[in-house]
Ligand binder design. Structure first.
Ligand SMILES: O=C(O)CCC(=O)C(=O)O
Length: 283
């Protein structure tokens, strides 16, 4: 496996909507964007303020108990947002992880303080998402399942990201009916996953205030250097047909996968993991 540090970066002041589309969205290339947070009132947010504004909400989180699952969107149980914010305050390790949570849409005043940047807005704007986890949290390797383009802005803490271009997806042991992989690129195991030897990936650290552009179909995995909180902005794929086709596929795939998981539990999970390895062997 070969890692290259992602060095491409731009300053938000030099980014126009047209340039961003031509240089990064159409070419499907990741880039680090500097200065975005400073342009928003959210640059002044602190933990006391967030606790007051959103701390009382209940949020759904993942924990590490549910190992026989490959669904990755909403989480397993509820905790208070205050509980999650406390992880940041203490910079604590934790097995709780909040993923793609649109919590800011419950507080319009707050959502307005961190708007989707102009160069990334689209028709039928999706709400901003929040991602939060303790120090050492590992986000499973995946791509965003609607082939949307994503920006991830780091509000608190630091995280490391590995990015793999879509054309190397066949080396990643994708789980069937899903957009995730069981492979942990931060802890390489080439005896179990030999195809990884051929993999080339980008690696980048997201510091406070940094934003990464994760293009459509790019696989990504994160490890939280510190307890971290990020905001995600999403943009539908530039070709509406891709969104439509993917939507139809997901609408059948997700209920199918969930039903079999409910009926067969770990047997279904194990079958999928075995299939992901078989799929690789045929390449
Ligand atoms: O930082 C995280 O926790 C995950 C972010 C992510 O997967 C995304 O923005 O698509």
């Amino acid at each position: 496996m070969e890692f290259t540090t992602l060095t491409d970066h731009v300053h938000v002041q030099d980014v126009s909507k047209k340039d961003f589309k031509e240089s990064w969205i159409k070419t499907n290339k990741p880039v680090l964007i500097k200065g975005l947070l400073d342009q928003t009132p959210a640059s002044k947010w602190d933990l006391n303020f967030l606790e007051k504004e959103i701390g009382h909400f209940k949020v759904k989180v993942f924990d590490s108990q549910h190992k026989n699952r490959t669904a990755y969107l909403r989480g397993d149980h509820y905790v208070s947002m205050n509980h999650m914010l406390h992880l940041i305050r203490e910079n604590k390790p934790s097995d709780l992880r909040m993923f793609v949570n649109p919590i800011l849409s419950k507080n319009k005043k707050l959502a307005k303080e961190i708007p989707c940047p102009d160069f990334f807005t689209c028709r039928f704007q999706l709400p901003n998402m929040m991602f939060l986890g303790g120090k050492g949290t590992v986000v499973p390797l995946h791509y965003d399942f609607m082939y949307d383009d994503g920006l991830l802005l780091q509000l608190f803490g630091r995280k490391e990201i590995i990015l793999v271009e879509p054309k190397q997806a066949h080396l990643l042991y994708r789980i069937p009916f899903n957009s995730t992989s069981m492979v942990n690129l931060f802890q390489l195991d080439v005896s179990d996953y030999p195809a990884l030897k051929k993999l080339k990936a980008y690696r980048v650290t997201l510091d406070h205030g940094d934003t990464i552009f994760i293009p459509s179909g790019y696989w990504h995995q994160m490890i939280y250097t510190d307890a971290s909180l990020s905001i995600g902005f999403r943009k539908w794929h530039r070709n509406p047909f891709v969104t439509f086709k993917t939507g139809v596929i997901r609408l059948t795939q997700i209920p199918f996968d969930k039903s079999l998981s409910l009926i067969f539990g770990k047997y279904w999970f194990n079958w999928k993991v075995n299939q992901s390895k078989r799929f690789e062997k045929s390449h």
